[in-house]
Design a protein around this ligand. Structure first.
Ligand SMILES: [Zn+2]
Length: 291
């Protein structure tokens, strides 16, 4: 509870533009997790804390979410060494210019295969989403991270292992394992307390690949699990694996048993009233029944 309270306080302070140096000194290592609101698609960014600097995993969607993440990072008193982007989806990438502007000494990187995907897609995605939104909702430009050849980063000598790429809600995702912290950042291989983004998983063959990735991550045995999407009150534990499997089961069953967009949507919504990321439901249904 102490960590949750601290996070809540830091988020409130960040929202108010207030730095809390006394609180910031309390954590000399570990992680801070920022979870955006529903408008920001409930996406997690993780700040891995070193003595004086930090590594940030994923960069948020909207400019507002990225700025709030930047405030949280600033409140820790750390500089930012590296920002790792785990996959090409805009909810993890589009906030990157905000972070680079706030922390000019940092560099953005992605696994070389992920980087190649981002290099192909980020500008068209920015053109489609940001250019059609009111000024200021999204960053004013798209940025392509550098390709990372290594399979890990080092922070004060501690390994930050970059796994995969593996299949989750898209083909090329790199979860992150920090053995010294017993912590696994699943990115979009696992969600908890939200709907899943399924438009790239429209067949049982694809969802089988996703389940295999969940199995591989669970086998690592980490105690702290930070999912790709969740609600701010959700736990950082292994329940994310079961939650993701259960939703994939629901999806496969609904695909097999329904024959219209309305039926499919109803099947996804039945019994899932408490889940966040509602946008994902319509996008998943539209992938099966376009137009
Ligand atoms: Zn995502």
């Amino acid at each position: 509870m102490e960590l949750l309270n601290r996070r809540t306080v830091l988020k409130a302070a960040a929202a108010a533009g207030v730095l809390l140096p006394g609180l910031a000194r309390a954590a000399s290592s570990g992680t801070e997790v920022f979870t955006s609101d529903e408008a920001g698609l409930l996406v997690d960014s993780t700040v891995i804390l070193g003595e004086t600097s930090a590594v940030v995993i994923d960069a948020q969607f909207t400019a507002g979410s990225a700025a709030a993440l930047a405030d949280l990072i600033a409140s820790t008193g750390r500089s930012v060494e590296t920002i790792l982007i785990t996959h090409y989806h805009p909810d993890h990438v589009l906030g990157l210019p905000i972070l680079l502007d706030r922390f000019p000494g940092s560099r953005a990187v992605a696994h070389k295969d992920v980087q190649a995907m981002i290099a192909r897609t980020v500008q068209p995605i920015w053109d489609r989403i940001a250019a059609n939104s009111p000024a200021g909702v999204f960053a004013d430009r798209a940025v392509i991270p550098e390709a990372l050849e290594a399979d890990h980063l080092l922070l004060d000598g501690a390994r930050i292992d970059i796994l995969g790429p593996m299949h989750g809600d898209t083909d090329l995702i790199t979860p992150v394992h920090i053995p010294s912290l017993d912590t696994l950042i699943t990115s979009d291989v696992a969600y908890v307390d939200t709907h899943l983004w399924l438009e790239e998983n429209t067949s049982p063959e694809r969802t089988a690949l996703w389940r295999a990735s969940i199995d591989a991550l669970e086998a690592i045995g980490a105690g702290t699990i930070i999912p790709g999407h969740r609600q701010a009150s959700s736990p950082n534990d292994t329940s994310a694996f079961a939650a993701t499997r259960a939703y994939l089961d629901r999806w496969d069953k609904a695909l097999a048993e329904t024959t219209s967009a309305a039926e499919l949507k109803a099947a996804l919504l039945a019994g899932t009233e408490g889940l966040g990321f509602a946008l994902a439901v319509d996008r998943s249904v539209a992938a099966i029944y376009p137009g």
